[in-house]
Design a protein around this ligand. Structure first.
Ligand code: NAD
Ligand code: ZN
Length: 257
C-alpha cells in the first residue's frame, strides 16, 4: 500500500463498520462535468455572485436572472451522466445494507447511478415549487439552448393554483434545511461507525457538522478530496484522490481479495 493510497486501510474500516455514512458535496459531481461552488479555477462562485443568485432576496429582486441561472444548471445536470464513483457507491451499499448516502448536492446523479435513498440536505434542482404557496410545480420545461447560456434571462413559470412565481427546489442561503432530511442525517451520523466525506469543502453548515457529530460518538472519519479542507484536520485518514478514483478503488479493494 502506498502512503497516498489508503484504500486498504479504508476498506478494512468499511468491513469492520456496521453502519456507514457517505457525505457527499459538489466535488462528487465534478467528474460528471458539474462545476463545484468554491474551486478557484472553475467553481461557480468564481464566475457568479452567490448573493445575486442563491437567496430569496435575490429572487425577489430579479426573478428572470435567478430562474435563468437555475434553468441553465438544470440543463447541465440533464446532460451529465453519473461517473464510476457514483456507481461504486451504489455497489458499496449492496455490500453494506447499513450504509446511507447523505448529499449536499441538488443534482440527481446519485439516484441515476442506483442510490435511490440518498438523503438530500439542500433540496433538489428538479423539485421546483411555488414561491408563494409552496405547491410543487411539476415539469417546468427546460429549453435545450439553456445549457450554453448561464446568463440566459428567463421569467419563471407561474403557479397553476395561485399564479405565484415558480422557484427552484433548492435550499438558498439563509433558508433552513428540510427538517426530516436533516433529522435523518443527524441520526445516521450519530449511529455510524465510519463516515466518508467525499468532495466537500466542509464550510457550509450545518451539513459540515456531520463528520464532527459522527466522530464525537466514536466513528472513524475519512476525507476523500484532492485538496486539504476544513475537515482534513478532523479526519482519521485523508485520501488525496478524486471521488471517481477513490470510491472505485475502495470497491475494488473490498471485492478483489
Ligand atoms: P464546494 O464547492 O464548497 O467544495 C467542493 C469540494 O470538492 C472542494 O473541497 C474540492 O476540492 C472538492 N473536489 C473538486 N473536485 C473533486 C473531485 N473530482 N473529487 C473529490 N472532490 C473534489 O462544495 P460543497 O462542500 O458541496 O458546498 C456545499 C454547496 O454546494 C451545497 O450547498 C451544494 O448544494 C452546492 N453545490 C451543489 C452542486 C451539485 O448539486 N452538483 C454543484 C455545486 C454546488
Ligand atoms: Zn402557488
Amino acid at each position: 500500500m502506498q502512503a497516498d493510497d489508503p484504500s486498504l486501510q479504508v476498506a478494512q474500516w468499511f468491513r469492520e463498520a456496521e453502519s456507514v455514512v457517505i457525505l457527499t458535496g459538489a466535488g462528487m459531481s465534478a467528474e460528471s462535468g458539474i462545476p463545484t461552488f468554491r474551486d478557484a479555477q472553475n467553481g461557480l462562485w468564481s464566475q457568479f455572485d452567490p448573493l445575486r443568485l442563491a437567496s430569496a432576496a435575490a429572487y425577489r429582486d430579479d426573478k428572470a436572472l435567478v430562474w435563468g441561472w437555475y434553468v441553465w444548471r438544470m440543463a447541465m445536470v440533464r446532460q451529465a451522466q453519473p461517473h464510476a464513483g457514483h456507481r461504486a457507491l451504489a455497489q458499496l451499499a449492496a455490500l453494506k445494507p447499513g450504509m446511507t448516502v447523505v448529499t449536499q448536492n441538488v443534482d440527481d446523479l446519485h439516484e441515476r447511478a442506483g442510490s435511490a435513498d440518498a438523503i438530500h440536505l439542500h433540496g433538489n434542482l428538479f423539485a421546483s415549487r411555488c414561491f408563494a404557496c409552496a405547491r410543487p410545480a411539476g415539469d417546468v420545461g427546460i429549453p435545450t439552448c439553456a445549457v450554453s447560456e448561464p446568463t440566459l434571462r428567463l421569467p419563471p413559470p407561474r403557479c397553476t393554483h395561485c399564479d405565484g412565481h415558480i422557484r427552484p427546489g433548492v435550499v438558498w442561503f439563509g433558508e433552513p434545511l428540510p427538517e426530516t432530511s436533516w433529522q435523518q442525517a443527524v441520526e445516521r451520523a450519530h449511529g455510524c461507525d465510519l463516515l466518508l466525506a467525499v468532495g466537500t469543502s466542509g464550510v457550509v453548515y450545518p451539513a459540515a457538522s456531520l463528520p464532527g457529530i459522527a466522530r464525537a460518538r466514536g466513528a472513524r472519519v475519512v476525507e476523500i478530496n484532492p485538496v486539504a479542507t476544513d475537515l482534513s484536520c478532523k479526519a482519521d485518514a485523508v485520501w488525496r484522490t478524486t471521488a471517481g478514483e477513490g470510491l472505485s478503488k475502495l470497491f475494488a479493494a473490498l471485492t478483489t481479495e
